[in-house]
Design a protein around this ligand. Structure first.
Ligand code: GAL
Length: 367
C-alpha cells in the first residue's frame, strides 16, 4: 500500500515535470516573429496593439520586437527571432534598403518573410508584401487640398516622409498626380520647393524615382515632427507676403501634420490653412474635431494585421497565401495584398472611427 502510494506520487511528479518542460519548450519556440520600426510614433504602437488584439485567445506563438529607429537593432531583432525558431517573419523596415541584410539572413535560415506596410527594397529575400494603397493615400491628401482651395494662386507648402521609406515615394507620387494639374492651371503656386517648381510641368513622376528623390530630399520631414516643425518655421520665415494668406499644406502624416499646423497657426500673416494628414492617430482625431488639422487618412490597421496574420498562418499550414497584385522592390516583383484607405474629416469622423468601433467616443472631447 505504502509502496503503491509512493509509485503513484512519483508518477505524478514525473508527469508534472514533463508538463512544465513541455510548457517551457513551447513558450521558447516562437513560430511568427514580428518586427516594427519604433515605439516613438503612435502609428506603430497602434499596430502592436492590433496584433495583440488579433492574437488574444489564440494559441499562436508570436513575439513583437521594436527597432527604435535603428537598422542595426532591427537586424539584431531578426537574429533573436531566428534563434527562437520562427518560421515566418512579419517585418516593417526602419529603412527599406538597409533591411535587406536582415531579411537575407532570415531567408538563409529558411524563414518566410512578409514585408509589412513598408516594402523592403533591393533584395530577393522578401516573399510577400501586405500594404495599404499608398498611392491612393497621397492622392486623397492632395484631392482634399484641391477640393478646399480658396481660389486662384493659393500658396502650396509641400512636405514628404523619409527618403529611406519607399512609402514616402508612393505617397508623394500619388499627391503629385493630383496637384500637378492644379499647379499648371494656376490654382496653386508652390511656396517652398525649388525642386518641385522645376518639375511643375511633369505630370507623371511615377516612373522617375530620381526626380521624386530630388523633391523629397528637399521637403523631407524624415517622419520626425521636430524636423517638420523646424522646416515649417524656416519656410514661413523665408516666405514673402504673397506666400501667406490662405494656404494649402501637404503634410505626409499625422505626427508631422500636427507640428506643421501648430507653426502655421502661430503666424499672424497666415489667414487660414488646409492641412492633410495620415494614420488617424488619436491626437490628430482630436485636432480634426477641434478644427486644427483638416483631414486624415484612416488606415484601418485591423485589416492589415488580419492580412499579415492570415498570410503567416497559410504559410505555416504549407499553403500559398492569396495575393492581389505585386510591387517592384528594385530587384524582384513581390506578390502583394493591398487594402483600401478612408478619408476622414470633421464631417465623418464619428461615423468612420467611433461607430466602426475603432476608437471609443470617451477618448475624445467635443465630438
Ligand atoms: C509610413 C506609414 C505611415 C506613417 C509613416 C511614419 O511608412 O505607412 O502610416 O506612419 O510611415 O511612420
Amino acid at each position: 500500500m505504502k509502496k503503491g502510494f509512493k509509485a503513484v506520487a512519483l508518477l505524478v511528479v514525473i508527469m508534472l515535470f514533463a508538463a512544465v518542460v513541455a510548457a517551457c519548450g513551447k513558450s521558447e519556440k516562437v513560430s511568427v516573429g514580428i518586427v516594427l520600426p519604433t515605439k516613438d510614433e503612435p502609428r506603430w504602437v497602434q499596430d502592436e496593439q492590433r496584433f495583440k488584439d488579433a492574437l488574444k485567445g489564440t494559441d499562436y506563438t508570436t513575439e513583437i520586437l521594436f527597432s527604435q529607429g535603428s537598422s542595426a537593432k532591427e537586424k539584431e531583432n531578426v537574429e533573436t527571432l531566428i534563434n527562437k525558431g520562427i518560421q515566418v517573419l512579419i517585418i516593417c523596415p526602419q529603412d527599406g534598403d538597409a533591411a535587406a541584410a536582415a531579411v537575407e539572413s532570415a531567408k538563409k535560415a529558411g524563414v518566410k518573410v512578409i514585408s509589412y506596410d513598408r516594402l523592403i527594397t533591393k533584395t530577393d529575400a522578401v516573399d510577400y508584401y501586405v500594404t495599404f494603397d499608398s498611392v491612393a493615400v497621397g492622392a486623397a491628401q492632395a484631392q482634399y487640398l484641391v477640393d478646399h482651395a480658396k481660389g486662384g494662386g493659393e500658396p502650396l507648402y509641400l512636405y514628404a516622409g523619409a527618403a529611406s521609406d519607399n512609402n514616402a515615394f508612393l505617397f508623394f507620387q500619388g499627391a503629385w498626380s493630383v496637384l500637378q494639374p492644379k499647379i499648371a492651371d494656376g490654382t496653386f503656386k508652390i511656396a517652398n520647393s525649388s525642386e518641385a517648381e522645376a518639375l511643375k510641368d511633369t505630370a507623371d513622376l511615377s516612373q522617375d524615382r530620381d526626380k521624386l528623390s530630388k523633391i523629397i530630399g528637399q521637403i523631407t520631414t524624415n517622419w520626425d515632427p521636430n524636423e517638420a516643425k523646424n522646416k515649417a518655421q524656416t519656410h514661413l520665415t523665408a516666405a514673402a507676403a504673397d506666400m501667406k494668406g490662405d494656404v494649402a499644406i501637404l503634410a505626409p502624416n499625422d505626427g508631422t501634420a500636427r507640428s506643421i499646423a501648430d507653426v502655421f497657426a502661430s503666424d499672424k500673416d497666415v489667414k487660414s490653412f488646409v492641412v492633410s494628414g495620415q494614420d488617424a492617430e488619436k491626437a490628430s482625431i482630436q485636432y480634426v474635431i477641434d478644427g486644427k488639422q483638416s483631414m486624415t487618412v484612416f488606415k484601418d490597421v485591423r485589416n492589415l494585421v488580419k492580412d499579415a496574420m492570415g498570410m503567416a498562418l497559410s504559410i505555416l499550414d504549407g499553403n500559398t497565401p492569396e495575393t492581389t497584385g505585386e510591387y517592384d522592390n528594385g530587384k524582384i516583383k513581390v506578390p502583394a495584398k493591398q487594402t483600401d484607405v478612408i478619408v476622414v474629416d470633421k464631417d465623418n469622423v464619428k461615423a468612420a472611427l467611433i461607430d466602426s468601433g475603432y476608437y471609443q467616443a470617451s477618448d475624445f472631447q467635443g465630438l
